[in-house]
Design a protein around this ligand. Structure first.
Ligand code: GAR
Length: 198
């Protein structure tokens, strides 16, 4: 059997990336082909290299506001690695419709809220400010609209009365590490039914 080739895009510590890498073993239908970052200082790059996964960096800063020029470089290592599926995992650059369109039906993102609530940033503080009783995370297919696209899975956590954005983020992150590998596996098997974890 030939495995699907998964590239993971990160900007930071890469804890979701580590969870995804750890899942792609044994009878899993996919294997990691690349970890790619827009930031040479991303902590996740070393964690990927330690695990024997190829890494690459395309720094977005020299491109300024020219997203398309940045993406023209970003796509090169993805193509060179013969990427089938792209997983955004804490990748903090907004992607243009032109880039997204090259990966239609083949690009996933994890977002730290129960979409469609709280697209964008500061999701944990916004859930607390709204007085929400529950919060969580979503894995979805990437479409040109930010943090939109068909939902592939969600995991929920109860909000506690003494939560801060930090404590809530930490509990959601534990769920992200359960959800993303589970959704990727199903996705690789062609199953796009939303996976709803308690
Ligand atoms: C995760 O909580 C992820 O959901 C979030 O960034 C964090 C990355 O952590 N992503 C976004 O906010 C995307 N807009 P990690 O680098 O440890 O996986």
């Amino acid at each position: 059997m030939s495995h699907k080739r998964v590239a993971i895009l990160i900007s930071g510590g890469g804890s979701n990336m580590v969870a995804l890498l750890g899942s792609m073993t044994g009878d899993h239908p996919a294997r990691p082909c690349l970890v790619l970052s827009n930031d040479a200082g991303a902590g996740g790059l070393a964690r990927a290299a330690e695990r024997g996964v190829a890494t690459a960096v395309i720094d977005h800063k020299p491109f300024g506001a020219d997203r398309a020029a940045f993406e023209a470089e970003l796509v090169k290592p993805l193509i060179a690695a013969r990427t089938d599926i792209v997983c955004l995992a804490g990748f903090m650059r907004v992607l243009t419709a032109g880039f997204v369109g090259q990966w239609t039906g083949r690009m996933l993102n994890i977002h730290p809220s129960l979409l469609p609530k709280y697209r964008g940033l500061h999701t944990h503080a916004r859930a607390l400010d709204a007085g929400d009783a529950e919060h969580g995370c979503t894995v979805h297919e990437v479409t040109p609209e930010l943090d939109d696209g068909p939902i592939l899975g969600q995991a929920r956590v109860p909000v506690r009365s003494d939560d801060t954005p930090q404590t809530l983020a930490a509990r959601v992150l534990v769920q992200e590490h359960r959800l993303y590998p589970a959704v990727l596996r199903r996705f690789c098997d062609g199953n796009r039914e939303p996976l709803l974890l308690p």
